[in-house]
Ligand binder design. Structure first.
Ligand SMILES: CC(C)=CCC/C(C)=C/COP(=O)(O)OP(=O)(O)O
Ligand SMILES: [Mg+2]
Length: 543
């Protein structure tokens, strides 16, 4: 057992987090939706059947309308309903582009495709994980000059440039033409630097907006399709409401809640973000488990950043590493409570995963991941204590772990995959090692982009931006641009894995964690400042 740690009932620094804006009792009462009734699911199935006719339409072999229909279905969150049809349709679209002479449509122009069609087709194929010649970046060769730059003599309109921008964000490492495309669009479209491309966006957070936008498309809109999209959104929201009720009860019953004046009470936001990772109704268990993990990450992160003395944090980390409650008895009461909450919640989660998914020996993996997370926070606390500024590389080697990405990823794998597949957990982890790394890197860098100014004011450990400024002796603006370029590079790597393996569920959900990070930090610190409207829109108000 550790020797007695000095009991200093002090708090390292003030974070001045505002209390939660949510009245949990009131929320619990408000979370009811008629869409959890069976009849709505039946109605959705019926609508889906009625809509099969869309795909039989003889006139729709014009590839642009095919591609647009597939894109609308995807944007409306209905791709899962029409998986087979989309596959058939995309293949048809490819056939028309490659062999126009065998298609009856007079609109097929084959090789002379305009930028819009080329970019749209390329993006959809990559989004759905299909390998085809049209999913190769080579198809943009016709739009660049001999030096590899996009031809400036062609007058591309805004719609074409937007589509090219979307396509460029599906590019992989080494596809220079995609880098050129991205650069070209940012230069030629106003304020593109702040536009989040679809590939970086968590579908769930954009769904309502997409449905409303589709409904404004008077000419092409299909009423039944938008009816199904609305119904689908409301059915999902009803499932989320049931999950959130359970989560609120869990949180309200925890003793720790009353003892954490130094920490952020952000259980609703933690749930909202977990929903961005896996929003489909069947992922309720994963959503709830991720919410608990994110909430504990916030508590422990605050413990390290604003509360504990270095000595206390060392003792806490030892306890998590050894997973031995005896170690914490000498810590302040609230730190002991943190440990117990982590200890008990993790045990419960491991039992649930074993029961639901059939995995064995889950707990040792979760313990190890929490231990590594605390070690990374302890190193940051050490840098803070010593006033040391690491190089950017040294910072990132640790920062990808302190982002909580590896921890969150492990829970995603346990929640998505089941052990009946032919692979062991170690094999799955190894296979996804790089995607976990780059996702975690994105979480870390997005977090720093959104929170570093405030953290610096509070005198917390340095962020990537500060490390970059100090190492290269550059201004904050230049450092921020450099960090943005690392984020873009990380996405290129992630895209590469998707191109290689197709849209596998594990890779899809792991990547969603990076998308959620962009969302949380795009306008600052999404955990500090609560977004009332967003919670109401996604979790409370039906369409
Ligand atoms: C998408 C996910 C899982 C997000 C959680 C990220 C995280 C470590 C939040 C802690 O906030 P912070 O802004 O205080 O972080 P830090 O102190 O590490 O900079
Ligand atoms: Mg922090």
């Amino acid at each position: 057992m550790t020797e007695k740690v000095r009991d200093t009932s002090f708090q390292k620094r003030k974070a001045n987090y505002k209390p939660s804006i949510w009245n949990y009792d009131f929320l619990l009462q408000s979370l009811t939706s008629k869409y959890s009734e069976e009849k709505y699911t039946t109605k959705a199935k019926k609508l889906k059947e009625d809509l099969s006719i869309l795909f039989e339409d003889k006139n729709s072999d014009y590839r642009l309308s095919i591609l647009r229909l597939v894109d609308s279905i995807r944007k409306l969150g209905l791709a899962k309903y029409f998986q087979e049809e989309i596959k058939g349709y995309l293949l048809k679209a490819l056939l028309i582009i490659r062999f126009p002479e065998i298609c009856s449509s007079t609109a097929s122009v084959g090789e002379d495709d305009d930028l819009y069609v080329t970019a749209l087709c390329f993006r959809l194929l990559r989004q759905f994980g299909y390998r085809a010649p049209q999913a190769s970046s080579e198809i943009f060769q016709g739009f660049v000059n001999e030096t590899g730059k996009f031809k400036t003599n062609t007058d591309f309109n805004e719609e074409e440039l937007m589509e090219l921008f979307e396509a460029s964000n599906m590019g992989c490492e080494g596809e220079n033409i995609m880098d050129e495309a991205r650069f070209f669009c940012i230069q030629n479209l106003e304020a593109m630097d702040h536009v989040l491309p679809t590939q970086w966006t968590a579908e769930w957070f954009n769904l309502k907006k997409q449905i409303s936008a589709y409904e404004k498309e008077c000419d092409t809109r299909n009423h039944k399709l938008s009816e199904l999209a609305r119904l689908n959104f409301n059915i999902i929201q009803a499932a989320h409401q049931q999950d959130l009720k359970e989560i609120l009860r869990w949180w309200m019953n925890l003793e720790i809640r009353k003892k954490l004046s130094f920490s952020r009470d952000r259980i609703v936001e933690s749930f909202l973000y977990a929903g961005g990772v896996a929003y489909e109704p069947q992922h309720g268990s994963l959503r709830k488990c991720l919410t608990k993990v994110i909430k504990l990450v916030l508590v422990i992160d605050d413990l390290f950043d604003v509360y504990g003395s270095f000595e206390h944090l060392q003792c806490f980390t030892n306890s998590v590493n050894s997973w031995m409650p005896e170690e914490v008895v000498n810590l302040p009461e609230c730190m002991q409570l943190c440990f117990w909450t982590l200890y008990n919640t993790t045990s419960e989660i491991s039992v649930e995963i074993q029961k639901e998914k059939g995995w064995n020996s889950v707990l040792p993996h979760l313990q190890k991941a929490w231990g590594e997370f605390c070690e990374s926070l302890l190193l940051e606390a050490k840098w803070d204590e010593e006033g040391y500024t690491p190089s950017l590389q040294e910072y990132l080697e640790n920062g990808f772990i302190s982002s909580s990405g590896p921890l969150v990823s492990l829970h995603i794998i346990f929640g998505v995959e089941n052990p009946t597949s032919s692979k062991t957990l170690s094999e799955i982890l190894l296979e996804n090692k790089d995607i976990i790394y780059y996702t975690s890197l994105i979480i870390r860098l997005c977090n720093d982009q959104g929170t570093s100014t405030e953290e610096r004011k509070r005198g917390e450990a340095p962020s990537s931006i500060f490390c970059c400024m100090s190492e290269s002796n550059v201004t904050e603006d230049i450092a921020r641009e450099h960090i943005k370029s690392i984020i873009t590079m990380a996405w290129r790597k992630i895209n590469g894995y998707h191109c290689m393996f197709g849209d596998e569920p594990i890779k899809h959900y792991l990547t969603n964690a990076a998308r959620v990070a962009h969302f949380i930090y795009q306008h600052g610190d999404g955990f500090r400042v609560q977004d009332r409207e967003r919670v109401l829109s996604n979790l409370i108000e039906p369409l």
